[in-house]
Each structure stands twice: as structure tokens, then as C-alpha cells.
Design a protein around this ligand. Sequence first.
Ligand SMILES: Cc1cc2nc3c(=O)[nH]c(=O)nc-3n(C[C@H](O)[C@H](O)[C@H](O)COP(=O)(O)OP(=O)(O)OC[C@H]3O[C@@H](n4cnc5c(N)ncnc54)[C@H](O)[C@@H]3O)c2cc1C
Length: 333
Amino acid sequence: MTKCLIIGSGIVGLSTANQLIKNNFQITIVDAEKKGQASRSAAGLLFPLNPWTNTEYLQNLCMSGHADYMNFFDNLILEDKKKLNFYQKDLIIFGKNLQKAKKWYENKTFVESNFFNGLVNELEKNIKDEYKNYLVIKNINIIDPRSLIDFYKIKLKKCNVIFKKENIENLSNLLKEPKYKIYDYIIITTGAWSNDLIKNEKIKVKPIKGQLLNFKSSKKILNNILLFDDYYIIPRDKNNITIGSTIEDVGFDSELTLSAYTYLKNSLSKLFSNEIQLQNIQQTFGFRPFSYDNKPYINFDKKDKRIIYNFGHYRYGILTAISSAKIVNDLIT
Ligand SMILES: Cc1cc2nc3c(=O)[nH]c(=O)nc-3n(C[C@H](O)[C@H](O)[C@H](O)COP(=O)(O)OP(=O)(O)OC[C@H]3O[C@@H](n4cnc5c(N)ncnc54)[C@H](O)[C@@H]3O)c2cc1C
């Protein structure tokens, strides 16, 4: 039986395991439980934000990610669908990126998009009057990433996947240790921390911190996801909304900052009319795995075919996790 060690139990590691168990692989997942795991702090949009800024490789991965999640949800039983807190909303794009978005979506058939020349108030009554000219993308998928992680963990444990808390300091040392010689493949899914582990100068990933705010309102104030140049707002259940997210090149600094709070809160105040009262309920952060090549590394290590990389998904790791897992699966089966 093929034995795999997966290092990192964020969404990429879990999705990879979920794919590989279909081949009856024996899987062990180790995780150091680092502070700031990206997957638990993600907003959960299963859709690319500004796809035209991405490499073609990443654009394709995002589009297949969209299709993969549709299949994934179609095959779930109703009870699991509810547990995963999966829902669909339309996405409204405003601002400087509008023309680029309009052009990019024009030839795309995987979603329906419509441009509107006028005020948005018909769709969003609580927004101030000046917001006009927008693109609507129909039926965007959203999930609560924490529910997805919990769902995968329960499922994988039932399929005899072993989970261990362990910090792997150095990959080359690990390869020399007898207890790891039993593994046919070692799959690296350590997100923003991958450089620290693999120490390969040709592969460069760094953390880009993102902070999000969750607010509660006394009544429903938002129907759609809104995307502006520098932030997005997502309607949640029970009249909650999420606004995100900051893009901070500050290394592994794990402080929740007042500047992030003020920036995101002010963005909301500019948008909603003054009578809307919002109560802040949570501020969270995570480290996105930014790849200098603007695409994730999903491949064998050049020197050692026992090692497989699957990291560097930056802002799209939830969306592209299933597609990336399928690539890993194709590499080793
Ligand atoms: C604020 C924010 C909002 C986001 N919103 C979205 C969104 O809406 N849609 C979307 O698709 N993406 C979104 N992202 C991006 C997405 O979260 C990431 O791309 C994705 O979570 C990366 O997953 P991962 O499994 O590679 O990394 P992680 O989730 O960070 O997991 C890596 C794991 O590896 C472990 N690890 C690291 N080093 C070691 C080691 N040496 N030994 C053992 N274990 C180790 C860590 O403990 C961690 O658990 C968002 C990110 C942030 C921060």
C-alpha cells in the first residue's frame, strides 16, 4: 500500500488527503498548529477576485476550482450541505477595476455576467447614492472555511487518516531519519511557512498577512457580495457581514492591528448610509502564502521524486484546493 506523509493540515493538505484516499493510499498528516493558518481565517469566496491580474495557469486553476466545488456540493447529502454552510450570492464589482472586469468576463461562459449603467440602490437599498456603474456576476459560491476544515477532518479520520501534532523543522533532516523512510511520498502543504521548511532558493513563498472584520447588524443590510478596488463585503447569515481584507507585507507578525480595524471600518462607513448601526463582533487574521511566480508550486521536487510540493496559493487557496489536489493525485497515480 502506498504511504504518504502530508506536512500541513490547512485546506490544501486536507483536500490533497481527501483526493488521495480514493486510491486507498495510507496517509499521515502532521501539523505544527502555527499561529495564523490562512485556511481558518479565509473569507470563503469560491471565486477569483481580480482574475486578469493572475497568470494563465492560476486563472485556469481558479476556473476549474469553481467547477470542482459545484461537483463537490452536488454530491453531498443535505445534512452535510447544511453543516458546511455553503451558499450562493451574486457578486457586484465597482470601481477602477470595472472596465478590466467587464472585458475579462465578456468571453467567459462559466458564469453569467451583466453590466449595469446606473445606481446600485435597486439591488442594495442601504448603500449611499453615489455608487453607480457595476458588473453583476451571478451565483458565486461561498463557504465557511472552518466548517470545511472540520468536515474534512472528520471524514478523513473515519477513513483511517492519522493526524499528529508535529513541527517539522527541516525537510532535509527529515529525509535522513529512519522513521520517515517508510513513506513513499512526502507532500509539502505548509502554505506561507514552506520556505522555512524546504530551504530551496529557487522556490520563493512569503507570508502576506490579511485581516478581516465581522459585524452584526440589527436588520438585513446586504443582499450581494460587493467588490471594490481594495476590499470586499460578504453577507453572512443572521444579518452578519464580513469585510476584508488587508494586504500586509509584514512577515509573520501576528498582531491584530487598530490600523486594519480603522481602515475596514471607515470603508464601511463611507459605503452605508448613516442610520445603519454595526456592531463589531470579531477581528481575525491569517498568513496567505504569496508566491513570487504568481502561481502555486504543484510539482515534484526537481531532485527527489519522493517529495511533492503543493503550496503558494496566495489569495485563492480555498478556491483552488480541490483542483490542486487533483494535480498531485495525477502526479503520483
Ligand atoms: C484574510 C484572508 C482571506 C482569504 N480569503 C480567501 C477566499 O475568500 N477564498 C480563497 O480561495 N482563499 C482565500 N484566502 C487565501 C487562502 O486562505 C489560502 O490560500 C489557503 O488557506 C492556503 O492554504 P494552505 O493549506 O496552503 O495553508 P495554511 O492554511 O496556512 O496551512 C498551512 C499549515 O501548515 C502548517 N505548517 C507550517 N509549517 C509547518 C511545519 N514546519 N511543520 C508542520 N506543520 C507546518 C501550519 O501549522 C498550517 O496549519 C484568504 C486568506 C486570508 C488570510
